[in-house]
Design a protein around this ligand. Structure first.
Ligand code: AHM
Ligand code: MG
Length: 338
């Protein structure tokens, strides 16, 4: 049975009416994005039937092998968004430089940053993957977007969210007025409001971390996780560990039921901390969503949304989820708890 017949299109228009100075540009931008999500969803669902699994033979800016579906998702978003007249530039996890809007199209006043297919190492084995996006307002003069327009702290985001291509396809977004989730009804091809005004529980019974790397964690992280695993944790109720390996899927579960996701820096070399997740395409958009839902996001030392980005593909440690779970980690990180 359908729980709501409010389409994302109508929801966006209703949100727009609340902002007297809105031009409709931003609404149209988000609408265009939902079209890209539907196209990617269609292709992800065909994986295995058509020749879209496996590698392209190239490596991306991070030195990772590029999967065909990663490339497809990247191109789909670029092509869906380059001609709407709303954007002045885009940047993608799969592309080393800022991507400008082709000269033949009108330029707009927004910048789109995206991870086209997060968790893509899971594609070939039918585990959920997703797209993550972040929208900023242009702040430099001139028609074309610049690197400076992309390198804004996360607290400047106008909107952010993600789409999970999972057992059902769900898009979650915030434009600074709460967090809303829309499930794709495949029968009518529309995203329908299924999760209005999502609030993350203040505590949760789940932690998500790649425990295979425990030998490379710093001391506070090791002690924090040990504490979660003790039978006395959470007043004796204990924690469950859940780690899909797709940030977007792990994040979505914790957002709905409460919990914490951690990807700390790893220390194979004690002098060289190595974080993995990208500030602009992963940490910032999910931090905006979690804070709007009542949660927290930190590197362990500072709030994610306060970081001034230094480069397009900067990586950061990430601890994100229920506010009291993140606070507990921060107590360990600052030495208040040991
Ligand atoms: P990707 O954007 O290239 O897919 O990489 C990010 C992914 C996250 O989705 C996930 O949380 C993490 O990498 C998994 O990494 P690991 O296999 O090291 O645990
Ligand atoms: Mg990713």
């Amino acid at each position: 049975m359908r729980t709501s017949s409010l389409t994302i299109g109508r929801h966006l228009v209703e949100q727009e009416r609340k902002v007297p100075e809105a031009t409709g540009d931003f609404t149209a931008l988000l609408w265009d994005l939902t079209i890209a999500f539907k196209i990617i969803n269609h292709e992800v669902n065909k994986a295995g039937l058509v020749d879209i699994l496996g590698w392209t033979g190239d490596r991306n800016v991070h030195g990772e092998k590029v999967r065909k579906l990663d490339q497809f998702a990247h191109e789909t978003i670029f092509k869906a968004m380059d001609h709407g007249g709303h954007l002045c530039a885009m940047a993608s996890e799969e592309e080393p430089r800022v991507m400008l809007i082709p000269g033949k199209f009108k330029k707009g006043r927004y910048v789109l940053l995206f991870d086209p297919l997060d968790g893509s190492s899971n594609i070939d084995v039918n585990v959920s993957v997703g797209t993550i996006f972040s929208i900023l307002r242009k702040r430099t003069p001139g028609p074309d977007g610049t690197l400076e327009d992309c390198l804004q702290p996360g607290c400047e985001q106008v909107a952010a969210g993600y789409c999970v291509y999972g057992s059902s396809t769900i898009m979650v977004y915030t434009s600074g007025h709460g967090v809303h989730g829309f499930t794709l009804d495949p029968n009518i091809g529309e995203f329908l409001l299924s999760h209005p005004d999502i609030r993350i529980p203040r505590r949760g019974g789940t932690y998500s971390i790649n425990e295979g790397y425990s030998g490379t964690w710093d001391e506070p992280t090791r002690r924090y996780i040990e504490n979660l695993k003790s039978p006395q944790a959470r007043g004796g109720k204990g924690y469950s560990m859940r780690y899909v390996g797709s940030l977007v899927a792990d994040f979505h579960r914790n957002l709905l039921v409460g919990g914490v996701f951690l990807y700390p820096a790893t220390y194979k070399d004690p002098n060289k901390p190595k974080p993995k997740l990208r500030l602009l395409y992963e940490a910032n958009p999910l931090a905006f969503v979690i804070e709007q839902a009542g949660g927290k996001a930190s590197t362990g030392r500072r709030r994610i949304l306060d970081i001034e980005p230094q480069s397009l593909h900067q990586r950061v440690p990430l601890v994100i989820g229920s506010p009291e779970e993140v606070d507990l980690y921060l107590n360990y990180a600052s030495g208040k708890e040991s």
